[in-house]
Design a binder for this molecule. Structure first.
Ligand code: SF4
Length: 338
């Protein structure tokens, strides 16, 4: 074993014993070659930590994208960014069809239903649509909002509509590859908390150009927010975008990063996600996948079920192949926030 590998193993032991990895230690881990034997040990330890945190029970959440639009926020990694010129006109899925998608995902066994809209989607319409969806779902079904930044008043209205929580993140390159200041994203974290909405987050979307320092910065932002889950997701190349030439990280690299984030979050956080779903991620500390239907910021097709999006059954199958039981019924990850 090299000195570097011994250090990886020491840090894995520290995290496995409940120690909190600090910034420098995390930079060291994110900088390591993911193909080192000690990096394999790290992934195995993250896998063990996740299984202990969730009792061997994985979850599949279904995300439904309500609309496509040329979004003026222009996050360079997103298919909806106006600057990427993928979707030049706004288009919405009719409420009836969205409600049907949600009911189907519920029937297929999704443990939570995420309703996503582009950041410029009118908030009032989002509430109207999601009230209709809510009325079609079983009362115990967990519904999660994935929307742009909001203030406490709007957060309370989401809560009244029947949302249990949100997905929100300070994304990689926030404020540089997006026009949204990181502070606005953090203000939404606080608004959610004040509104009684649980937070799920993730280190995303990761590209090959991202430094260990930025990976750590975003990991620690997540940890400080005390979410019910974190994880990592790679950036999917949007053809013709300014980030396309940077390329994508491999699922192998993503799996290593998922494992580092797992260890960074500590043993009490029930969920650890990765996207897109893959077996190596599920064997490296991820116990939460997303099925996708409707619009998808990583897809150039308006209906991602015909493109990149996997269905609930396919996500469940990958998790089962990683020896997880998949939870039946409402999410326990949303509900586990400390
Ligand atoms: S990520 Fe959200 S805010 Fe950014 S361009 Fe896409 S839809 Fe708009």
């Amino acid at each position: 074993m090299t000195k570097q590998e011994n250090k990886i193993i020491d840090l894995v032991k520290k995290a496995s014993d409940g120690g909190l990895l600090d910034r420098e230690e995390l930079i060291f881990l994110f900088s390591a070659d993911p193909h080192l034997p000690a990096a394999g040990y790290l992934r195995a330890a993250a896998d063990r930590m996740t299984r202990a945190a969730c009792g061997g029970e994985a979850e599949v959440h279904a995300q439904i994208g309500l609309n496509t639009a040329p979004c003026p926020r222009n996050c360079r990694f997103c298919a909806f960014a106006a600057v990427n010129r993928i979707f030049r006109e706004s288009s919405e899925i009719p409420v009836e069809a969205v409600a049907e998608m949600a009911s189907r995902a519920e029937a297929d066994g999704a443990n939570a239903i995420f309703i996503m809209a582009t950041a410029d989607y009118p908030f009032g319409r989002y509430l109207e649509t999601t009230q209709e969806i809510r009325s079609r779902l079983r009362p115990e079904t967990v519904m999660i909002a994935n929307v742009g930044d909001f203030e406490v008043g709007e957060g309370r209205r989401l809560k009244e509509t029947g949302f249990s929580g949100i997905y929100h993140a300070v994304r990689m390159g926030e404020g540089k590859q997006t026009t949204i200041p990181p502070e606005s994203r953090l203000a939404t974290f606080r608004a959610a908390e004040e509104s009684g909405l649980l937070l799920g987050t993730c280190v995303e979307p990761v590209g090959p150009e991202h430094t260990p320092e930025e990976l750590v910065e975003k990991t620690l932002i997540g940890r400080e927010a005390s979410p019910c889950y974190s994880g990592t997701a790679r950036r999917i190349t949007i053809p013709g975008s300014s980030l396309a030439e940077q390329g994508m990280i491999s699922e192998f690299t993503m799996a290593y990063q998922v494992a580092v984030v797992r260890l960074a979050m500590g043993p009490r956080v029930r969920g650890n996600c990765t996207h897109e779903p893959n077996l190596l991620g599920a064997a490296s500390g991820a116990n939460l996948f997303w099925a996708e239907v409707g619009a998808n910021p990583r897809d150039t097709r308006a209906e991602t079920a015909e493109g990149r999006g996997l269905g609930v059954a396919a996500c469940r199958k990958i998790l089962e192949e990683a020896d997880y039981r998949v939870l039946e019924g409402p999410s326990r990850i949303y509900g586990s926030q400390k």
